[in-house]
Design a binder for this molecule. Structure first.
Ligand SMILES: [Cu+2]
Length: 158
């Protein structure tokens, strides 16, 4: 990496509004201005233990937005080499490049619907792990969420 690109990425990193929360909820910073800045919280994140040890996993969570519209543009994790956004169709699923977070609404990633696909684990996940997911939003910046690994059949609220 040359010094020019390093400077650019360092500036980018400094500009990202990152919030770190240990537990179930992360809050994205917002200036609360009336210009429609998104105000995001992440609820009920979990990763079911992969059916095949160390195999492909899924990630589920709900993004709640009490502000203006935003877009989830990418997700990554230090715990895995690949995190992609998928939507489910009637018969299958397909990757998507971005997901809308409506103004005053929610983006719901849940079983049978939109979800995250996680591959290339740094190490095989086990029950009780808390794995970091870094959610990158177009406006709100990066939201860092600690996501518990739950039993394969877990559902939020159970
Ligand atoms: Cu998928």
């Amino acid at each position: 990496m040359n010094s020019r690109s390093f400077r650019r990425s360092a500036l980018l990193g400094a500009g990202l509004a990152a919030a770190l929360a240990v537990g179930a909820v992360a809050v994205a910073r917002s200036d609360g201005s009336p210009d429609g800045a998104p105000r995001l919280t992440v609820a009920d994140p979990y990763i079911p233990l992969p059916a095949t040890p160390g195999g492909m996993g899924a990630g589920y969570l709900t993004v709640r937005n009490s502000g203006g519209a935003d877009t989830l543009v990418s997700v990554s994790s230090p715990a895995a080499g690949s995190v992609t956004m998928h939507r489910s169709t009637d018969t299958s699923m397909e990757p998507v490049g971005a997901m809308d977070v409506p103004a005053g609404g929610t983006l719901d990633l849940s079983r049978g619907g939109a979800h995250l696909m996680i591959m290339d684990w740094a190490r095989q996940p086990v029950l009780g792990d808390e794995l970091e997911l870094d959610l990158r939003f177009a406006k709100a910046g990066t939201v860092v969420v600690k996501v518990p690994v739950k039993p394969l059949t877990y559902r939020p609220g159970s």
